[in-house]
Design a protein around this ligand. Structure first.
Ligand code: IDP
Ligand code: MG
Length: 160
């Protein structure tokens, strides 16, 4: 199964949307593998958003993301990266469809509530950058039995 990194961004923390966002991921059936409140540091954000460093809004983006603490999560599930990106919606909140997190809670291209890893390579790098091994928990999510079918092979070696 895949793991992906989610950041519930400073705008969502300040707007008291943390519980709402977590609830959506839990309701969908994703497993919470790690979660913490964390003050993102500009040096880490410069790596996290390296693909945007030439953009005019880059400094502003780093300032916003490091202004107050964020909630960081590692979520696990079958094709979790795609599933979570679909739930989050496109970058521009004004273009995001109702039913997506950004579509329901954002009208901005910057203050868009959530970050979610874009692909496998990014997910691995982002999780390693922001979590230590001890902060990520291996445990069997009991209701995976009801969330996936047997032929989706949800049970990995060791029943995790
Ligand atoms: P994503 O978050 O949907 O993957 P990216 O293009 O990777 O989108 O951009 C990362 C973050 O940078 C966005 O979520 C948003 O907060 C911010 N951002 C993207 N484009 C703009 C812009 O045009 N103006 C201001 N902020 C932007
Ligand atoms: Mg991105």
């Amino acid at each position: 199964m895949e793991q992906t990194l989610v950041i519930i961004k400073p705008d969502a923390v300040n707007r008291a949307l943390v519980g709402e966002v977590i609830k959506r991921f839990e309701n969908k059936g994703l497993q919470i593998k790690a979660m913490k409140m964390h003050m993102l540091q500009p040096y880490a954000l410069k790596d996290h958003y390296a693909h945007l460093k030439e953009k005019g809004f880059f400094e502003e983006l780093v300032k916003y993301m490091s202004s107050i603490p964020s909630i960081l999560m590692v979520l696990k599930g079958k094709e979790a990266i795609k599933v979570v990106r679909t739930m989050v919606g496109p970058t521009q909140g004004r273009d995001a469809l109702p039913g997506t997190i950004r579509g329901d809670y954002s009208v901005s291209n910057q203050s868009n509530v959530v970050h979610a890893s874009e692909n496998k390579k990014a997910a691995k790098a982002e999780i390693e950058r922001l979590f230590s091994k001890e902060e990520i928990f291996d445990y069997r999510k009991m209701n995976f039995d009801w969330i996936y079918s047997k032929d989706e092979k949800y049970i990995e070696k060791g029943g995790k």
